[in-house]
Design a protein around this ligand. Structure first.
Ligand code: IPM
Ligand code: MN
Length: 359
């Protein structure tokens, strides 16, 4: 089959990790007889530099007309350190999520057996951990009205949710749990926030349609603790935009590196796949960033296209690279043994190709 993939390398290490994901996709294309047609687009700081806008219209068009979007990373420290900057790279990504209505963000977290030593958490606490974070991505405080008073002494961000916004991701989270350990944990702050109370009411109502699923509730502050003291209890975590951002970064500690967490952002018409890590500018062009989150994102992309065997091949190759220790320095105890971004990508691509030869 032929698929059109919008490729957005983005900022910092984005281009180099996306290159490795493309190597993996090319190996899949060859082994399984597909054609992936890449259409490159600009987003973020690099787009501001070239066009003046973080999200040029052309990027929206390329993304809309794709079967899937592969994205690298966003951000440039020069904007982070300038609170008065009016145009920011991140606005581009947020606008793209909104424009394409990519409301359901899924972030798989697991403790890889070969990497358990790499986490600062105790082996017995994390071994066997395997859960999904379902983060609502187009609502909440990220998208509510933002204001700064004329004298600059007051600022506000408003958090808004509607029942419809909560409902659509809740169904997806429950459907995911049906295929897993049949448990959904709603993370909210319903003792304080009206939006959280609306989440709790709506999700509790919807849960009645899924009697085989156990629904649990956790306040977000408690959830941050439970994530590192007893992460094995989780199967599917369902939560709003801001809480999902925070707890998914925290959860990456379980896997041993933020460079390992992939994500999908799904809407009715389009879907985008990206690592949860940022642009890691200090490492830009140095061939040392971990490409596995980007490669695993390509795996999620294949799954989304219904290419499950192909997605499994990527996952197996990643497991193998971890087992053999062909990894970048973020997941190496001894830095001198670490390999480069591109060598990890080469290994993954070769493994996919040779695996197919042996079939
Ligand atoms: C993420 C990122 C983004 C977010 C930023 C870059 C806007 O941290 O995808 O997790 O907060 O959603
Ligand atoms: Mn984040």
């Amino acid at each position: 089959m032929k698929y059109t993939i919008a490729v957005i390398p983005g900022d910092g290490i984005g281009p180099e990790v996306v290159d490795q994901a493309k190597k993996a996709l090319d190996a899949v294309a060859e082994a399984y007889d597909h054609i992936f047609l890449y259409k490159e687009a600009l987003l973020g700081a690099c787009a501001i530099e070239k066009t003046g806008y973080p999200l040029p219209q052309e990027t929206i068009d390329i993304c809309r007309n794709s079967d899937a979007i592969l994205y690298g990373a966003i951000g440039d420290p020069k904007y982070d350190n300038d609170p008065s900057a009016r145009i920011r790279p991140e606005q581009g990504l947020l606008q793209l999520r909104k424009e394409l209505d990519l409301y359901c963000n899924v972030r798989p977290v697991k403790a890889y057996d070969n990497l358990i030593h790499n986490s600062p958490l105790k082996r017995e606490v994390i071994k066997g951990t395997d859960f999904l974070v379902y983060r609502e991505l187009t609502g909440g405080i990220y998208f509510g009205k933002k204001e700064v008073s004329a004298d600059g002494k007051m600022a506000s961000d408003v958090s808004v949710y509607t029942v419809d916004e909560i409902t659509r991701i809740t169904h997806l989270a429950f459907k995911a749990a049906q295929k897993r350990k049949k448990k959904v944990t709603l993370v909210d702050e319903s003792n304080v926030l009206e939006t959280s109370r609306l989440w709790r009411k709506t999700v509790t109502e919807i849960a009645k349609e899924y009697p085989e699923i156990t629904l649990e509730y956790l306040f977000v502050a408690n959830a941050t603790m439970q994530l590192i003291t007893n992460p094995k209890q989780f199967d599917v975590i369902l939560t709003e935009n801001l809480f999902g951002d925070i707890i998914s970064d925290e959860a990456s500690v379980i896997s041993g590196s933020k460079g390992l967490i992939a994500s999908s952002s799904i809407g009715e018409e389009n879907a985008l796949f990206e690592p949860i890590h940022g642009s890691y500018f200090e490492a830009k062009g140095k061939d040392l960033a971990n490409p596995l989150a980007s490669i695993l994102s390509a795996g999620m992309l294949l799954q989304h296209l219904g290419l499950n065997e192909e997605a499994d091949a990527i996952e197996r190759a990643v497991e193998k690279s971890l087992a053999l220790g062909i990894t970048t320095k973020d997941i190496k105890r001894k830095i001198q043994n670490a390999t480069t971004t591109s060598k990890v990508g080469d290994f993954i691509a070769d493994y996919i190709t040779n695996q197919d030869d042996s079939n």
